[in-house]
Design a protein around this ligand. Sequence first.
Ligand code: ADP
Length: 290
Amino acid sequence: MKRAQSPPGAVAAQGQTMSDSEPRSPARAEGSPAGRPDAAIQGGVLETRDLVVRYGDTAAIKGVSLAIPERSITAIIGPSGCGKSTLLRTLNRMNDFIPSVSIGGRIYYRGLDLYRPDVDPVEVRRRIGMVFQKPNPFPKSIYRNVAWGPQINGLDANLPELVERSLRKAALWEEVKDRLHDPATSLSGGQQQRLCIARALAMEPEVILMDEPCSALDPVSTAHIEDLMFELKERYTIVIVTHNMQQAARVSDHTAFLEAGELIEFGDTNRIFTKPEVARTEEYVTGRFG
Ligand code: ADP
């Protein structure tokens, strides 16, 4: 397997943002910065270092190092099958559910190695929530969809208040406050997706991962979700996988371009879309391939 070269904007592997109480000196912390990292993306809430993800013998992610900046939106773009979802799912250990997956390299969440044996993956997914491509509410009421996670995790001191707050943050409260006990499936697709966002927010995460969250939605519902993302980034770190480059350009602050499991370029979204440093990025964002 070809060793991926560090692309422009990839994080310099220096552990500069680790704020974990436990001193960490990652095994792979040595390395020289490549390219010219944009100022805003040096360091991050989540960092991958030389990340390799394999399905069986086949590597889907081939040595990716990047840092996800705090309280902003990072888009992961690239052709179908390039590894966007695989990369996203490693960030909260969702790939643990796929038996053939093996992980190499490191992923740090505020300095903590997420794959360390004593790390509880359930706690990881509470702090780093996920919203999927198709809205997937539980076959329960609107209220129970939001209340269920906090309840089983002991975060239910004032459940009605938490449910309302989460639905408000997801810009859904006004539409559902009089029908909280109706089935979630009675909501429109766009409302269901906002309900899934409320469900993630009810767990009081710090990071929200979104895997093509609008691809099953109509343009009006898509606009709702994009507006919501804009509001949420004030308080949360968002990582979105999207095949829609207009969406990436509209909503994200930073963009990572992947191709065939390698990080080709990572940087401020405006720069990536207007002055990319790598020819492949330019070809992709201008629609000349992919
Ligand atoms: P993208 O999100 O960019 O479309 P994926 O992360 O879904 O890409 O897939 C990257 C590569 O990994 C593809 O070659 C895909 O076929 C493969 N892959 C994805 N999921 C699995 C899986 N569960 N088992 C085996 N291979 C998979």
